[in-house]
Design a protein around this ligand. Structure first.
Ligand SMILES: *Cc1c(COP(=O)(O)O)cnc(C)c1O
Length: 378
């Protein structure tokens, strides 16, 4: 053991972007439907434009550490993307931009809970990075469950957990809207619960899939100085490779996040890519209706599979769960399906007690459906 490494880090398993399995690597990797990216790369004329813009980057100079141009462009997009009254409109002062929203999750935790000052509350199954990043920082994670049928958060358990967690108390509640991996929106009851949480608790509403759900709590942000909304360029905007995410919050909260971020967290070329993506947003986002139509087609086809339970989705992925049989648990069957698909070249995710399948191109979805039906009928 390296005795200079903190014990929490010893105990932590490193995050595995594509969890491996006993059945080994796929023959040929065709369909990457396990990380909820857009199936479409940037169009090649936009890539050429981006390549041209590289000429304007002074590679010997540090990036723009204030990121004001990008913040203003994000604010314009955000204001355009939701029906906002003038008092609810956001400006650069409401923004902090991160190296992916993962960095912002870490900044939030550093700014709120570090040093034994707070615990975080999550409702599982949900995005795993909240818990993983908290653990790397030695921050306790309190978990509550969800309804096994609707995936609504067990609010009574959440209330009890908040009341009973001391030393340190719950300082941050993380929710995803719509949730990953279960693809459901927050319900009116859950939103009411978030509204009445005390001002000493920060509420983080992760809207990574906003462009697909077209549902946001942004119009209420200005009424809640203890709310943060997270968004990302990694999904609908097709920029996962460039690592750009942003947080929207009251200016005082944004200032705190700006204090803890590293000064040059966002490389120049990533800032340029995000600006180009925003300038061409109508083109990039025009792929969404096809993805949503594909999602409905996939759901329709899978709901005919007797061996699967299927849930509706408001995101660019779907969540299904195999029914247990006498000899095998649902978890074991899910793992088997996942590994068999992997040997055939299709990656999906076994997580949260089921299977999360990203919506790909029509060809990818068709192949996945065919392979799944063969497995389910065998
Ligand atoms: C994909 C995803 C993100 C995006 O993270 P980045 O670091 O911006 O790539 C954030 N939150 C959730 C819930 C996600 O599924």
């Amino acid at each position: 053991m390296l005795s200079f490494i903190r014990s929490e880090i010893h105990q932590l398993n490193a995050y595995q972007p594509h969890p491996g399995g006993e059945t080994g690597e796929p023959v040929v990797l065709q369909d990457r439907l396990d990380t909820n990216e857009s199936p479409y790369d940037l169009p090649s004329d936009l890539k050429l434009k981006l390549a041209d813009l590289y000429q304007e980057i002074e590679s010997n100079r540090y990036p723009d550490g204030g990121q004001l141009t990008l913040k203003q462009a994000i604010a314009d997009y955000v204001n355009e993307s939701a029906p906002l009254t003038e008092s609810a409109a956001v400006t650069a002062a409401h923004l902090s931009v991160g190296n992916g929203s993962d960095e912002l999750i870490r900044s939030i935790l550093i700014a709120t809970c570090l040093g034994g000052e707070g615990s975080v509350l999550v409702a599982n199954p949900t995005f795993s990075m909240y818990g993983i990043i908290a653990q790397t920082l030695g921050i306790p994670v309190v978990s509550v469950g969800r309804s096994p049928e609707t995936f609504e958060i067990d609010l009574a358990a959440a209330e009890t957990a908040i009341a009973q967690t001391q030393n340190p108390p719950v300082r941050v509640v993380f929710v995803v809207h719509p949730n990953s991996p279960t693809a459901n929106l927050l319900t009116p009851r859950e939103i009411d619960w978030l509204r009445q949480l005390p001002p000493k608790i920060l509420v983080v509403i992760d809207e990574a899939y906003f462009e697909f759900s077209q549902t946001t709590l942004l119009p209420e942000l200005h009424q809640h100085p203890n709310w943060v909304i997270l968004r990302t360029f990694s999904k609908a905007f097709r920029l996962a490779a460039h690592r750009v995410g942003y947080a929207l919050a009251a200016p005082e909260v944004a200032i705190a996040l700006e204090k803890v971020r590293l000064p040059y967290n966002l490389p120049s070329y990533s800032q340029t890519a995000a600006l180009v993506a925003l300038t061409h947003r109508s083109l990039l986002l025009s792929a969404i209706p096809e993805i949503l139509a594909e999602r409905e087609h996939l759901l329709q086809s899978l709901s005919n599979a007797a061996r699967l339970q299927v849930w509706p989705s408001r995101a660019n992925f779907i969540f299904v769960r195999p029914h247990a049989v006498e000899s095998q648990s649902a978890e074991a069957i899910a793992e088997q399906i996942c590994q068999t698909l992997k040997t055939q070249g299709t990656l999906i995710r076994h997580t949260g007690g089921g299977l999360r399948i990203t919506i790909g191109t029509p060809a990818e979805n068709r192949r996945t459906l065919e392979r799944l039906s063969v497995i389910l009928n065998s």
